[in-house]
Design a protein around this ligand. Sequence first.
Ligand SMILES: [Fe+2]
Length: 356
Amino acid sequence: MDVKKRSSTTPRQFATSGTMMVRPLLLKPQWMNGLSERLLVSHYENNYGGAVRRLNAIRAHLATLDWARTPAFEINGLKREELIAASSVILHEIYFDSLGGHGDNPPSGLEQPPAGLAQALERDFGSVTAWRSEFTSMAKALAGGSGWVILAWSECLGRLINQWAADYAHNLPGATPILALDMYEHAYHLDFGARAAAYVDQVMANLNWDRIGARYRLAIGEGADENKFFLPYGAPAQEEARISAEELKTALESDDNRRPLLLDLCLPRDLPRRTDMLAGAAMHAPGALSRWVEELPREQPIVIYCICGFQVSGTAVTELRRRGYDARALIGGITAWHAIGGTTVSLDTSTYEGTS
Ligand SMILES: [Fe+2]
């Protein structure tokens, strides 16, 4: 089955028969305000990543079906599960894209909706405050249960709506989600226990209004140059300087001489956050680039990864390409690798500058 290349820089989804590619985190999980890295990464890798893997497995199975001979109960079950998995992928991507407003380093700017979205919220709810009150009250009303609360643009209704969703497949037909708040217990229990209302307030304190505003402009057809909002901070701007986790997995499984060399870059302060690495990778300090760069082969492709694929790998790839190396940064870092179910080995810091 072909891997359908999905742009990692746009919020749009592709409805294809090919494999869905995992989307990188745009938030920095270690810098969020009152939402722990452990919670966010577990949610991303296990629940979102699990939905992507499940959707791909269902689609692969559907591609093998003899539809005319398949029992109705099997068709019904598979298509129901496909719908649930696809909706979970889409809603989780919108949820994670929408976070990162205050905890980012550097800060991501807007603390309130941008002007166009603010005017639309005022038009459709009376005020931004009234919208926020309705949205958060709906979310808190789901405490003890599960579901989603979604701010969506409905072309048919001609307005923004706050939509209640009892599960992943419960959506207003034709409406485009702008902001999605996950009220499943896995989204908050690690940090908040049963205090779902506190979780709702903390999510609202971490919204990235730049990206939510960009998604609204795309939904109403007024988007222009919005892609810049959906690229991990510090990732190389050129697409040819990036590689997806799925593409890397395919490249590592090949036995030809174009198998990439793997470099694991980690800031000294981030070493305590690490427990594993990709098999065969050599770990280096980005600040010691001038010491390890000259030993790299010029005839072999190089893939550099860091924790989430922000500026640690992005800056190094830019510098290596400037020096003429065939280097690419892993989109989403080892976190995205985990999300696709990629295997790892225990962390080996023997090549890390300053530790040996
Ligand atoms: Fe979730």
